[in-house]
Ligand binder design. Sequence first.
Ligand SMILES: [Zn+2]
Length: 76
Amino acid sequence: MDTTLVLLALGAVLATAAGVWVYLRLRKPKEEPFYHFRCPGCKRRLRYRARQAGHAGECSNCGRALTFPPVTASID
Ligand SMILES: [Zn+2]
């Protein structure tokens, strides 16, 4: 087999793999970070997203009605 052809084929495979990798990387949606705070009722650490801040919700553990705090008040 001609070495040049082998190298060309190998190069084509690598280029395709790199293209797919870049495509998948760019395609991946940017994930919103999670923030945390403690439920005033059961003290469970709850997770929420920035867009939920200031909105009403309820504790997934005890069901207590609460308002998601500003992200600046989030805990780790
Ligand atoms: Zn709770």
